[in-house]
Design a binder for this molecule. Sequence first.
Ligand SMILES: C[C@](O)(CO)[C@H](O)COP(=O)(O)OP(=O)(O)OC[C@H]1O[C@@H](n2ccc(N)nc2=O)[C@H](O)[C@@H]1O
Ligand SMILES: Nc1ncnc2c1ncn2[C@@H]1O[C@H](COP(=O)(O)OP(=O)(O)OP(=O)(O)O)[C@@H](O)[C@H]1O
Length: 289
Amino acid sequence: MKLMEKAPAKINLALDVLYKRPDGYHEVEMVMTTVDLADRIELSDLAANEIRIISHNRFVPDDNRNLAYQAAALLKDRYKVRTGVSISIEKHIPVAAGLAGGSSDAAATLRGLNRLWKLGLTLDELAELGSEIGSDVPFCVYGGTALATGRGEKIEHLPVPPKCWIILAKPTIGVSTADVYKRLNVADADHPDILQMISALELSDYRKVCSNLKNVLEQVTLYTNPEVAHIKDQMKRFGADAVLMSGSGPTVFGLVEHESRVQRIYNGLRGFCDQVYTVRILGERNTLE
Ligand SMILES: C[C@](O)(CO)[C@H](O)COP(=O)(O)OP(=O)(O)OC[C@H]1O[C@@H](n2ccc(N)nc2=O)[C@H](O)[C@@H]1O
Ligand SMILES: Nc1ncnc2c1ncn2[C@@H]1O[C@H](COP(=O)(O)OP(=O)(O)OP(=O)(O)O)[C@@H](O)[C@H]1O
């Protein structure tokens, strides 16, 4: 049997770090939402009892370093599954970009294998398993819009953001998430007002969403990567309503309310940046089919 799952990218509308925990992770408060830039995961039964990754992307590992591989290995081990699986990843989300591409592939693999192997697990159970793979995986299991706390694994669903266009631009540099967290000085950081962002979503107030976009990790990545600041400036200059770096970066996203401006911003950025995407916010959370 063969089946397909979509693995959408996420952006962080607000990202706060409260403190460094004794286990080395940071306690966070993040408002996240999925967008319609997605990898496509195809899962098929394999006669041999093994996990095979096919990706055709030189930046994506095809062994047990791949987060989709880890998701399959975790389910296989926990539920004593004796059949093999081939996981084909058609990559559309830029790698090491702050868009949770690997985490979303892992989450889609959990959802897909739950169906393929008829495990009967709930999304909550899949999200709990996903937290063993990475902090962004539980959010990616549900998708939609949510507040993520703890190290990112505690999820509370939020209303869909007001309708708008999102422009994503990724500079050619890659960023290490661990390194960005390590270099953050929590005491000196400029913190977002997470409650105001939640209120903006509850009121469906586009202007309020724009004025509350803030990411505490942005300064850290901007400091060592001036390209990110340049893209932010240009996106604003071309007419985006508000701009922010997603996650640990380096991808920058801009919110645009009026369609008439989208093409101008896209064309302006394409003049000096190879990876630019125009996307929409994905309204719906995932459900189990
Ligand atoms: C930056 C974000 O993408 C924002 O959504 C996430 O906070 C990071 O999520 P992720 O990539 O799934 O992170 P993980 O794979 O769990 O962790 C990678 C590394 O980032 C650091 N890390 C991550 C999450 C967290 N709350 N505190 C941390 O300090 C740790 O050094 C960890 O070893
Ligand atoms: N399925 C996968 N797709 C992409 N990268 C993967 C995958 N599995 C493992 N990786 C590894 O993970 C690293 C980070 O990739 P990813 O695209 O997930 O980063 P990211 O978008 O910055 O993640 P996050 O936003 O969660 O911090 C890559 O350099 C790659 O070696």
